[in-house]
Design a protein around this ligand. Structure first.
Ligand code: DLZ
Length: 207
Protein backbone atom coordinates (compact mmCIF):
# COMPACT_ATOMS: atom_id res chain seq x y z
CA UNK A 1 0.00 0.00 0.00
CA UNK A 2 1.37 3.41 -0.86
CA UNK A 3 1.37 6.18 1.67
CA UNK A 4 1.45 9.93 1.35
CA UNK A 5 3.76 10.44 4.30
CA UNK A 6 6.51 8.29 5.74
CA UNK A 7 8.97 5.85 4.23
CA UNK A 8 7.61 3.50 1.56
CA UNK A 9 8.85 -0.06 1.50
CA UNK A 10 11.38 -1.13 -1.09
CA UNK A 11 10.54 -4.14 -3.26
CA UNK A 12 13.80 -5.66 -2.10
CA UNK A 13 14.39 -6.64 1.55
CA UNK A 14 17.97 -5.59 2.20
CA UNK A 15 20.11 -8.05 4.15
CA UNK A 16 21.75 -6.83 7.32
CA UNK A 17 23.56 -10.03 8.26
CA UNK A 18 27.00 -8.79 7.22
CA UNK A 19 26.61 -5.28 8.56
CA UNK A 20 27.93 -3.41 11.56
CA UNK A 21 25.77 -0.51 12.72
CA UNK A 22 26.25 2.11 15.44
CA UNK A 23 23.42 3.95 17.13
CA UNK A 24 24.45 7.22 18.75
CA UNK A 25 21.67 8.73 20.84
CA UNK A 26 21.13 11.76 23.03
CA UNK A 27 19.74 11.41 26.57
CA UNK A 28 17.43 14.42 26.55
CA UNK A 29 13.75 13.37 26.51
CA UNK A 30 14.75 9.87 27.49
CA UNK A 31 11.40 8.05 27.35
CA UNK A 32 11.00 9.03 23.71
CA UNK A 33 14.64 8.28 22.95
CA UNK A 34 14.36 4.78 24.43
CA UNK A 35 11.33 3.98 22.26
CA UNK A 36 13.07 5.26 19.13
CA UNK A 37 16.26 3.31 19.83
CA UNK A 38 14.24 0.16 20.56
CA UNK A 39 12.38 0.61 17.26
CA UNK A 40 15.63 0.99 15.35
CA UNK A 41 17.20 -2.04 17.04
CA UNK A 42 14.10 -4.16 16.35
CA UNK A 43 14.31 -3.48 12.60
CA UNK A 44 18.07 -4.00 12.50
CA UNK A 45 17.57 -7.41 14.13
CA UNK A 46 14.65 -8.19 11.82
CA UNK A 47 16.88 -7.53 8.82
CA UNK A 48 19.53 -9.85 10.21
CA UNK A 49 22.07 -7.51 11.79
CA UNK A 50 23.84 -9.56 14.46
CA UNK A 51 23.43 -8.30 17.99
CA UNK A 52 27.18 -8.19 18.45
CA UNK A 53 27.34 -5.85 15.46
CA UNK A 54 24.97 -3.28 16.94
CA UNK A 55 26.84 -0.79 19.10
CA UNK A 56 24.96 1.84 21.08
CA UNK A 57 26.62 5.00 22.37
CA UNK A 58 24.86 7.73 24.30
CA UNK A 59 25.75 11.41 24.53
CA UNK A 60 24.26 14.14 26.74
CA UNK A 61 22.18 15.99 24.15
CA UNK A 62 21.55 16.28 20.44
CA UNK A 63 24.20 18.96 20.07
CA UNK A 64 26.81 16.30 20.85
CA UNK A 65 25.61 13.88 18.15
CA UNK A 66 27.76 15.00 15.19
CA UNK A 67 31.01 14.96 17.14
CA UNK A 68 30.23 11.55 18.65
CA UNK A 69 29.24 10.12 15.26
CA UNK A 70 32.52 11.29 13.81
CA UNK A 71 34.48 9.70 16.66
CA UNK A 72 32.49 6.46 16.53
CA UNK A 73 33.12 6.20 12.80
CA UNK A 74 36.80 6.82 13.43
CA UNK A 75 36.71 3.67 15.49
CA UNK A 76 36.86 4.79 19.10
CA UNK A 77 34.25 2.76 20.85
CA UNK A 78 33.88 0.26 23.65
CA UNK A 79 32.13 -3.07 23.51
CA UNK A 80 30.37 -4.84 26.37
CA UNK A 81 31.89 -8.19 27.22
CA UNK A 82 29.43 -11.04 26.89
CA UNK A 83 27.97 -10.13 23.49
CA UNK A 84 24.47 -8.98 22.76
CA UNK A 85 23.43 -5.53 21.70
CA UNK A 86 26.11 -3.29 23.07
CA UNK A 87 24.70 -0.48 25.20
CA UNK A 88 27.78 1.40 26.29
CA UNK A 89 26.28 3.19 29.27
CA UNK A 90 23.56 0.69 30.15
CA UNK A 91 20.19 1.85 31.35
CA UNK A 92 18.62 1.72 27.93
CA UNK A 93 15.22 0.05 28.07
CA UNK A 94 15.11 -2.22 25.04
CA UNK A 95 12.23 -4.30 26.43
CA UNK A 96 12.09 -7.80 27.83
CA UNK A 97 13.95 -9.27 24.85
CA UNK A 98 17.04 -7.25 25.58
CA UNK A 99 19.99 -9.61 25.94
CA UNK A 100 21.65 -7.20 28.31
CA UNK A 101 20.12 -7.49 31.80
CA UNK A 102 21.67 -4.17 32.76
CA UNK A 103 19.61 -2.53 30.05
CA UNK A 104 16.41 -3.85 31.56
CA UNK A 105 17.12 -2.90 35.12
CA UNK A 106 18.51 0.53 34.43
CA UNK A 107 21.72 -0.21 36.29
CA UNK A 108 25.02 0.75 34.71
CA UNK A 109 26.45 -1.81 32.29
CA UNK A 110 29.15 -3.81 34.08
CA UNK A 111 32.52 -4.88 32.72
CA UNK A 112 32.82 -2.46 29.83
CA UNK A 113 36.05 -3.28 28.00
CA UNK A 114 37.67 -1.50 25.11
CA UNK A 115 38.08 -3.65 22.02
CA UNK A 116 39.06 -2.77 18.49
CA UNK A 117 36.08 -3.12 16.19
CA UNK A 118 35.59 -3.21 12.48
CA UNK A 119 34.36 -0.21 10.56
CA UNK A 120 30.73 0.74 10.78
CA UNK A 121 28.60 0.39 7.65
CA UNK A 122 26.06 2.93 8.93
CA UNK A 123 25.39 5.11 11.93
CA UNK A 124 21.97 6.11 13.22
CA UNK A 125 22.00 9.43 15.11
CA UNK A 126 18.99 9.71 17.39
CA UNK A 127 17.90 12.80 19.29
CA UNK A 128 14.67 14.47 20.35
CA UNK A 129 14.58 18.24 20.22
CA UNK A 130 11.44 19.88 21.54
CA UNK A 131 10.91 23.57 21.00
CA UNK A 132 11.05 25.70 24.12
CA UNK A 133 10.60 29.38 24.83
CA UNK A 134 13.96 30.52 23.47
CA UNK A 135 15.88 30.27 20.20
CA UNK A 136 17.91 27.31 21.52
CA UNK A 137 15.86 24.81 19.53
CA UNK A 138 16.41 26.58 16.21
CA UNK A 139 20.16 26.85 16.69
CA UNK A 140 20.58 23.20 17.67
CA UNK A 141 18.30 21.86 14.91
CA UNK A 142 20.14 23.81 12.29
CA UNK A 143 23.67 23.06 13.42
CA UNK A 144 23.08 19.38 14.17
CA UNK A 145 21.44 18.60 10.86
CA UNK A 146 24.14 20.41 8.90
CA UNK A 147 26.93 18.80 10.92
CA UNK A 148 25.52 15.28 10.57
CA UNK A 149 25.32 15.80 6.83
CA UNK A 150 28.92 16.98 6.83
CA UNK A 151 30.14 13.99 8.83
CA UNK A 152 28.54 11.50 6.48
CA UNK A 153 29.88 13.25 3.38
CA UNK A 154 33.36 13.62 4.90
CA UNK A 155 33.58 10.03 6.13
CA UNK A 156 31.65 8.22 3.40
CA UNK A 157 29.67 6.37 6.06
CA UNK A 158 25.91 6.90 5.80
CA UNK A 159 24.39 8.62 8.82
CA UNK A 160 20.68 8.16 9.29
CA UNK A 161 19.08 11.38 10.51
CA UNK A 162 17.10 10.20 13.52
CA UNK A 163 16.60 13.59 15.11
CA UNK A 164 13.02 14.53 15.86
CA UNK A 165 12.50 18.28 15.78
CA UNK A 166 9.11 18.66 17.41
CA UNK A 167 7.14 21.74 18.32
CA UNK A 168 5.71 20.07 21.42
CA UNK A 169 5.80 16.87 23.49
CA UNK A 170 2.80 15.31 21.75
CA UNK A 171 4.38 15.57 18.32
CA UNK A 172 7.49 13.82 19.57
CA UNK A 173 5.54 11.10 21.43
CA UNK A 174 3.47 10.32 18.32
CA UNK A 175 6.61 9.92 16.23
CA UNK A 176 7.94 7.40 18.72
CA UNK A 177 4.74 5.34 18.74
CA UNK A 178 3.86 6.68 22.20
CA UNK A 179 0.98 8.98 21.22
CA UNK A 180 -1.96 9.51 23.54
CA UNK A 181 -5.75 9.40 23.18
CA UNK A 182 -5.97 6.40 20.88
CA UNK A 183 -3.44 7.75 18.40
CA UNK A 184 -0.23 5.94 19.14
CA UNK A 185 1.36 7.27 15.97
CA UNK A 186 4.29 5.54 14.37
CA UNK A 187 7.72 4.75 15.72
CA UNK A 188 10.13 6.44 13.34
CA UNK A 189 13.01 4.54 14.90
CA UNK A 190 11.81 1.53 12.90
CA UNK A 191 12.19 3.50 9.66
CA UNK A 192 15.68 4.54 10.69
CA UNK A 193 16.72 0.93 11.30
CA UNK A 194 15.49 -0.05 7.84
CA UNK A 195 17.11 3.01 6.28
CA UNK A 196 20.45 2.10 7.86
CA UNK A 197 20.39 -1.41 6.38
CA UNK A 198 19.37 -0.09 2.96
CA UNK A 199 21.98 2.68 2.86
CA UNK A 200 24.75 0.38 4.13
CA UNK A 201 23.99 -2.11 1.36
CA UNK A 202 23.75 0.56 -1.29
CA UNK A 203 26.97 2.20 -0.13
CA UNK A 204 28.79 -1.10 -0.70
CA UNK A 205 27.30 -1.32 -4.20
CA UNK A 206 28.16 2.27 -5.05
CA UNK A 207 31.71 2.11 -3.67
C1 DLZ B 1 20.10 22.39 26.43
C2 DLZ B 1 19.16 21.52 25.69
C3 DLZ B 1 17.80 21.89 25.54
C4 DLZ B 1 17.25 23.15 26.11
N1 DLZ B 1 16.93 21.11 24.90
C5 DLZ B 1 17.37 19.95 24.38
C6 DLZ B 1 16.45 19.09 23.69
O1 DLZ B 1 15.24 19.32 23.59
N2 DLZ B 1 16.96 17.95 23.15
C7 DLZ B 1 18.29 17.61 23.22
O2 DLZ B 1 18.68 16.56 22.70
N3 DLZ B 1 19.17 18.40 23.90
C8 DLZ B 1 18.74 19.54 24.47
N4 DLZ B 1 19.61 20.34 25.15
C9 DLZ B 1 21.00 19.88 25.35
C10 DLZ B 1 21.97 20.21 24.19
O3 DLZ B 1 21.71 19.37 23.08
C11 DLZ B 1 23.43 19.98 24.63
O4 DLZ B 1 23.55 18.71 25.20
C12 DLZ B 1 23.90 21.00 25.64
O5 DLZ B 1 23.69 22.31 25.18
C13 DLZ B 1 25.38 20.81 25.97
O6 DLZ B 1 26.18 20.99 24.81
Amino acid sequence: MSTIKGISQTEFAFDGSGLRVAIVHARWNRVIIDALVAGAVAKLRERGVKESNIVIQSVPGSFELPFACQKVIAGSHIQMSGGGVTDLLGGLNLGSNSPNPASRTGTPAPMAVAVPGGPFDAVIAIGVLIKGATMHFEYICESVSRALMRVQLDTGVPIIFGVLTALNDDQALERAGLGKDGNKGHNHGEDWGLAAVEMANQTRRWS
